[in-house]
Design a protein around this ligand. Structure first.
Ligand SMILES: Cc1cc2nc3c(=O)[nH]c(=O)nc-3n(C[C@H](O)[C@H](O)[C@H](O)COP(=O)(O)OP(=O)(O)OC[C@H]3O[C@@H](n4cnc5c(N)ncnc54)[C@H](O)[C@@H]3O)c2cc1C
Length: 304
């Protein structure tokens, strides 16, 4: 089907975009990567009077690594995150997650912020944003505000963003140095949406888990952070039994939607398996890093 008729505007600045959004409110839609919006327009599940293409606004395509946070501009594409090489544990997490988001052509256009604005319950980026405590920055006629990811998602395809607001970027607090991550996903075919996905970032200190985040996608109507499971693990030696118990606690925090090909019980089981896999891999990576670090120290000049 062809989209219903709409006016197209391509503002050159954030204030210009906000002015158009303020004028048309719910009759307008922002166009970022267009990878979800164009499908909705074609199926006429949305019929905006005005499409506001923000791709010509300068300054929204950068990933900025700052003292306490990493800032991802509203037009940063999935593919940029797939190539992230900056010096922070978040870069490794981005590189692991990005290849699971759709296919390369979609990753070349689709944006990280667009995913958060679209709020698909299976979105890997939404789970990452919640787990890592991201702040979503929006600008509207009333000014700027930042909404924490855990109160951003209100339901499937529903967020705290008002129709007259534009997401301008996402700020992620930097995890502690030395944190390592792992990601695992269960999906039917390459490039399809996750039936269930899990991500873990943790740090070991003295062999114990001293910092941990667990994020889950397609585990409920909204992306989840498994806070109780994190509490259960933090401060302890990551023995296999504890990791398995943590994973089943994480799964108990979920409320996955049932579908004919993936009933809720199946999805819960998959989530427990994915979390255990991520925890095990992250702990292995952390231990390997510790061994390599010790080896580097041994080899450093001046070591007796
Ligand atoms: C075949 C296929 C497979 C896919 N698989 C996955 C997958 O596995 N995982 C996954 O996470 N995604 C997947 N996607 C979705 C893809 O990642 C989209 O790119 C993404 O969800 C939306 O980003 P976008 O920049 O394309 O947004 P758009 O399509 O431009 O916009 C999507 C929605 O968000 C709003 N919006 C976008 N940017 C802003 C902004 N800055 N401010 C306010 N509102 C905004 C738009 O108005 C629109 O309502 C898939 C898409 C397709 C077509």
């Amino acid at each position: 089907m062809k989209p219903a008729q709409f006016d197209y505007v391509a503002p050159a600045s954030v204030p210009e975009a906000v002015a158009v959004l303020a004028e048309h409110g719910p009759e307008s839609r922002v166009l970022a990567g267009g990878q979800s919006l164009l499908i909705e327009l074609r199926y006429r599940t949305v019929r905006p009077a005005v499409v506001v293409d923000v791709n010509r606004i300068p300054g929204l395509s950068e990933i900025a690594v700052e003292d306490g946070s990493v800032h991802v501009g509203a037009l940063v594409r999935h593919a940029q995150l797939e190539r992230a090489r900056f010096d922070d544990p978040l870069a490794g997490l981005f590189r692991q997650v990005a290849p699971y988001v759709a296919h390369p052509p979609i990753r070349a256009r689709g944006t990280f912020a667009g995913s958060l604005a679209w709020a698909h319950p299976a979105s890997e980026w939404c789970a990452l944003a919640v787990a890592m405590g991201a702040g979503i920055e929006v600008e509207g006629p009333a000014g700027r505000r930042t909404v924490r990811a855990d109160s951003w998602f209100r339901g499937p395809f529903t967020t705290a963003c008002l129709p007259e607001e534009l997401v301008t970027g996402v700020r992620l607090p930097r995890p502690p140095a030395g944190a390592v991550s792992a990601f695992a996903e269960h999906r039917r075919t390459h490039g399809s949406f996750a039936l269930a996905a899990a991500l873990v970032m943790l740090r070991l200190a003295g062999g114990r888990v001293d910092w941990v985040r667990i994020g889950l996608a397609n585990a409920a109507d909204v992306p989840l952070r498994a806070v109780e499971a994190e509490r259960h693990l933090a401060g302890h030696l990551p023995e296999p039994e504890l990791l398995a118990e943590t994973a089943s606690r994480a799964s108990a925090e979920t409320d996955p939607p049932g579908e004919p090909h993936a009933p809720a019980a199946y999805r819960r089981h998959a989530l427990a398996t994915l979390v255990r896999r991520c925890l095990t891999r992250a702990v292995q990576n952390a231990r390997m890093d510790a061994v390599q670090g010790a080896r580097t120290d041994d080899e450093s000049p001046g070591t007796p």
